[in-house]
Design a binder for this molecule. Sequence first.
Ligand code: CP
Ligand code: NVA
Length: 304
Amino acid sequence: MNKDLLKLLDLTSDDILLILDTADALKAQQKAGVKHDFPAGKSLVMIFSKNSTRTRVSFEAGIYQLGGQGIFLSSAESQLGRGEPIRDTARVLSRYCDCIMIRTYAQEEVEELAEYSAVPVINGLTDFAHPCQVLADIMTIREYKGKLEGLKACFIGDGNNVANSMIVGCLKCGMDVSIACPDGYRPDARALDFAASVKGNAFTLTDKPEAAAAGADVIFTDVWASMGQEGEAQKRRKAFFDFQVNDDIMALANPGCMIQHCLPAHKGEEITEKVFEEHAGEIFDEAENRLHAQKAIMYLLMKR
Ligand code: CP
Ligand code: NVA
C-alpha cells in the first residue's frame, strides 16, 4: 500500500484484496463485539468542501470504533475558505492528526494535499474519483456473490466520479465491465485509458443501456447531476432520459442481478422507485459497508 489512498488507479489488485479482507475481518469483529487491534488515540481530520451524510458519519463513527477521534473541518468555515493554501493546510494538519480525509472538487487538490502532508491522505470524493465508495461496493458484491472474478459489472448513467472508480476497481478485481453513457457524458480519459490497457475484452463502452445490461451480475447507477452540477440538472435530465435502471433493464440482466447505488438516489430519474425498493437490501448493505471498508483503509494506512 502507498502512503495515501487518492484513487484506485494507484492501488494494485493485491492492495484492493487486502482492503477487502481487512474490511471483512473488522466487520466480523464489530458484529461479535470484539475489540479491534489498533493503537488508541489516533485522530482523523475530515475536510469537507461538499455535502455529505454517509462519508462524514461512517468516517467519524469508524475512527471512534478504532479507538480514535474524528475532527470535522468545513472548508467554508476554516481558513481554507479564506484562501489559505492547501499545501500549508497539509503541513499544519499533519502536525496535529494521524490521517486526513478530504472531500472536494479537483482531484489535483487532493494530490497536492497528499504531497505536502506527512500523514496519510484519503480521498472522500472528488469530481474525478470516489475510491472509498467503490471499495465498499466491491466488498458488498463479494459478500453477495461469494466471488468477484468473472462477474459482469455494468454502470448505466453519467460517466462521473463513481463510474471512473468503478471501472478501475472492478477491472482490477477481475470483473468484466460494461458502461452505458450518453455521448458527451463519458468517463474520464484516465479511467478509459486504464480500461484500454487491460488485456482481453473485459471492457465495453456503449451508448445503449440495453447492450450494457445484458448478462450483468451487478448494475451500478448514480445521480444524473453530481454535486457542483446542479445548474445543469435540466439539461442532464434530457440527456439521460433513456439511461434509467428500470424493469426493462433488469429483465436483460442475469437472474439475481444486484443493484449498487452510492446514494443519495433520485428515484424516478436514474432508477425507478420499484427497482430501488426491490434491491434496497443490497443498497443499504452497500451503505453500511462504507463504514467497514473505510475502517480497513484507516487501519492499513495508520497502522504502518
Ligand atoms: N455515497 C456517499 O458518498 O454519500 P454522502 O455524499 O452522503 O457522503
Ligand atoms: N456522483 C455523486 C456521488 C455522491 C456520493 C456526486 O458526486 O455528487
